[in-house]
Ligand binder design. Structure first.
Ligand SMILES: *Cc1c(COP(=O)(O)O)cnc(C)c1O
Length: 373
């Protein structure tokens, strides 16, 4: 069907952009012999998994459910890291996963042998105490972080149990941050590296974004391979689905309270929570930032929540009720984070094929809301 025939609100995934991101990562794998896994949390939309798996080495999960999803729908290696595993889920995980990464020495001691007996590669997430982010609350290496094992926490028994380490400390960053992170890892944990088989450099590498300096990433991979004989894994999430989705919405009311406000048929809080949680400002097709074009509007959601605001944008014309507004870069953390809080219906999910044809994948109804309880 034509894009204009899709329902509103609707998440629209762009197959061609997804594919071009994947091809770039596939070339990186081939050039450097590194292994690239898909970190699922930003886009756990499994109808796309079999297509994505053709370009990658496997998937990585941060929970038992994600590991199960990858086991069912993603070919290749299945890796899992979770802050703490439960006794009732570890038995299944060691059967369906190739790599199990533990967060703490005590989790490693509790379950490491079981994982090894089942043929899993066993790893430990380390905390190199290298700060890369603006806000401590979002930085896994901030003081008192519960994520990863610091050098001070590491014991000789841990060293004997593991074949690799995992470090995840970047978020939407360029390769200069990776170079500094790698230096911090070597400064703190360098004595471990010669006895290990692999290192997983986590996610947060914005590889597919314009301006990403891929040479420095390649140099880092090659240095770890040559100096320490390590197999190198990357597990990006956002970089794989970067710019690969749209969010179609419709203006359903226009009001005036000091400023013009357009109410959309969707909710920022429920359908694009990074907007209200992380101050994300998605680009909007045909619009610009506030104040650039002559007609300025605040775009608000139709939930009852005061904070339900998409943002302030400017347009070259007056908005009309019934007009469609399409946000860009809306594959990341949208479907996977969406909620039906306050009874907001879930947007439909559709895909645009490389030839431009659009196909509806899923719509939601009152029963989906009711069945959550
Ligand atoms: C979130 C996460 C990733 C993926 O991060 P992106 O920012 O999506 O690249 C990888 N590994 C772990 C452990 C994560 O928590």
């Amino acid at each position: 069907m034509l894009e204009s025939a899709l329902p509103s609100p609707c998440y629209l995934m762009d197959q061609a952009k997804l594919k071009s991101n994947l091809m770039m990562l596939d070339e990186l794998r081939r050039r450097t012999c590194c292994h690239i896994l898909f970190a699922q949390k930003a886009f756990s939309s499994y109808p796309f998994y079999s297509m994505m798996a053709r370009y990658l080495d496997g998937a990585s999960a941060c929970s038992a459910y994600e590991a199960q999803l990858a086991h069912l729908f993603f070919r290749g290696e299945n890796h899992v890291f979770q802050t703490a595993y439960l006794p009732e889920e570890i038995g299944e995980l060691v059967k369906i996963c190739d790599h199990i990464v533990f967060n703490s020495p005590s989790q490693l001691m509790r379950y490491g042998n079981l994982a090894r007996e089942n043929g899993c590669a066993v790893g430990l997430r380390i905390n190199p105490e290298y700060l890369s982010q603006q806000l401590d609350a979002f930085d896994p290496c901030a003081p008192y972080s519960r994520l990863g094992t610091t050098l001070a926490q590491l014991t000789p028994e841990c060293r004997r149990m593991i074949s690799g380490i995992h470090v995840h400390a970047l978020y939407e960053q360029n390769s200069d941050a990776l170079v500094r992170l790698t230096k911090a890892v070597i400064d703190k944990f360098g004595m471990l590296l010669p006895e290990l088989e692999w290192i997983n450099l986590g996610g947060g590498h914005h590889i597919t974004r314009e301006g990403y300096q891929i040479e420095k990433l390649e140099e880092t991979i090659s240095m770890l391979q040559k100096t320490f004989g390590l197999k190198v894994y990357l597990e990006p999430g956002e970089a794989i689905v970067w710019e690969a989705g749209y969010f179609i919405t419709t203006v359903v009311d226009i009001i005036e309270n000091g400023i013009p406000i357009a109410i959309l048929d969707a909710s920022a809080v429920c359908h694009a929570p990074d907007i209200t949680e992380l101050q994300y400002r998605p680009p909007l097709i045909g619009a610009d930032k506030h104040g650039v074009l002559p007609f300025n509007y605040r775009l608000g959601g139709r939930s009852c929540l005061p904070e339900d605001i998409f943002g302030d944008y400017s347009f070259d014309h007056k908005l009309q009720i019934g007009e469609r507004l399409v946000f860009r870069d809306m594959a990341i953390n949208t479907v996977s984070k969406a909620r039906m809080y306050t009874g907001m219906p879930m947007p439909a999910v559709a895909v645009r094929e490389p030839d431009g044809d659009c196909r509806l994948l899923r719509s939601y109804h009152f029963s989906d809301y009711k069945n959550r309880f």
